[in-house]
Design a protein. Sequence first.
Length: 165
Amino acid sequence: MRVYIMRHGIAVDRDDAEYPEDADRPLTVEGAQRTRRALQGLADMGVGIDRIATSPLRRSVQTSEIASEVFGLTADLAIRPEFAPAAGNATKWLETCRALKVDDVLCIGHSPEVDDWIAHAVGAPQRLTSLKKAGIAVISIDDDPTGRLVALYEPKVLRRIGWTA
């Protein structure tokens, strides 16, 4: 199984009075556009996604909806409360991924949790990444207790690959 771990796209600022609750903060217009281009870059590299699992926070759900469009998925999103910031742990995240029983899953979450997921999946004792918004890490996970980090994609690189005029 390949797990694509993605940090949500650029959202409105935390101090925006229009969104006093962190969970309600949406992607900005620019954030949605950049996220779409990054995901298109991933698709243009030949990646196929079988399922998307996401944090329930609005900005992550919006990121997953964009991913669904880019990858042509029509099935319901797997909205996972344990993917919300500080709601779960990396062990539970990995169990959730394995339980989906698909070849390629895109997991969308928040910082620093996404970096915890990466470290846990590869058996690292501490965080070894710091994903940017709309950045993606690819982990190959088989039946072994730990996975293998296959790739790290900066969002800027993915956007260049996915650029459509």
